[in-house]
Design a protein around this ligand. Structure first.
Ligand SMILES: CC(C)(COP(=O)(O)OP(=O)(O)OC[C@H]1O[C@@H](n2cnc3c(N)ncnc32)[C@H](O)[C@@H]1OP(=O)(O)O)[C@@H](O)C(=O)NCCC(=O)NCCS
Length: 154
């Protein structure tokens, strides 16, 4: 069965490592990969304070030259699997409403918009989105991500 890591590698064209440092997850060219790029993408995930059954996804970014090749959408789906693997039944994120590519990604991966509001601090229209997690049918492919304790499962 194809893993997310293998699906990422099909897009990047070189081997990658999925590296977790606390709440930060980075997709990096695997040491020795034939590229001078130092990073492919990153995102943060952490448990929702006050509810261990939910988690928050934020700070997702794909770096040039890997943009607009489907990685944003794929990594968003991978986060749903990661949350599912960690027994977090709900995943939550906010997004600036004018970020059209992110809206497309959320819609394609079955996220629902709970509400939106004008952030009085940033003056951005912001949406709050959620997705009930579940098995996406593809495993992550991190090197033993259970011992890496994703999302700090107790
Ligand atoms: C948002 C982001 C992660 C998307 O990454 P990506 O790998 O380029 O996204 P994808 O290739 O999966 O594309 C997703 C959709 O956005 C569309 N898209 C991508 N780049 C686009 C652009 N510059 N203008 C308009 N649409 C664009 C794609 O066509 C695709 O839509 P489709 O499925 O209808 O074809 C990336 O643009 C990014 O890092 N942006 C800066 C940080 C950010 O906004 N993060 C999200 C909020 S936390």
């Amino acid at each position: 069965m194809t893993t997310y890591r293998e699906a990422i590698e099909k897009i990047t064209g070189h081997p990658v490592a999925i590296v977790q440092t606390g709440t930060l997850f980075e997709i990096k060219p695997f040491p020795g990969a034939n590229t001078t790029n130092r990073i492919v993408a990153r995102f943060y995930m952490q448990v929702f304070p006050a509810c261990c059954g939910a988690c928050i996804s934020y700070g997702a970014a794909v770096y040039a030259p890997y943009l607009n090749k489907g990685l944003g959408k794929l990594l968003n789906k991978m986060r749903i699997q990661l949350a599912h693997d960690c027994r977090r039944k709900l995943i939550i994120c906010t997004d600036v409403e004018k970020n059209t590519h992110q809206q497309k990604i959320l819609k394609a991966n079955g996220w629902q918009k709970a509400t939106s509001w004008l952030n009085p601090r940033s003056h951005n229209d912001v949406g709050l989105h959620y997705r009930v997690t579940g098995d996406t049918g593809m495993q992550i492919g991190m090197v033993d991500h259970t011992t890496m304790n994703p999302l700090h499962i107790p």
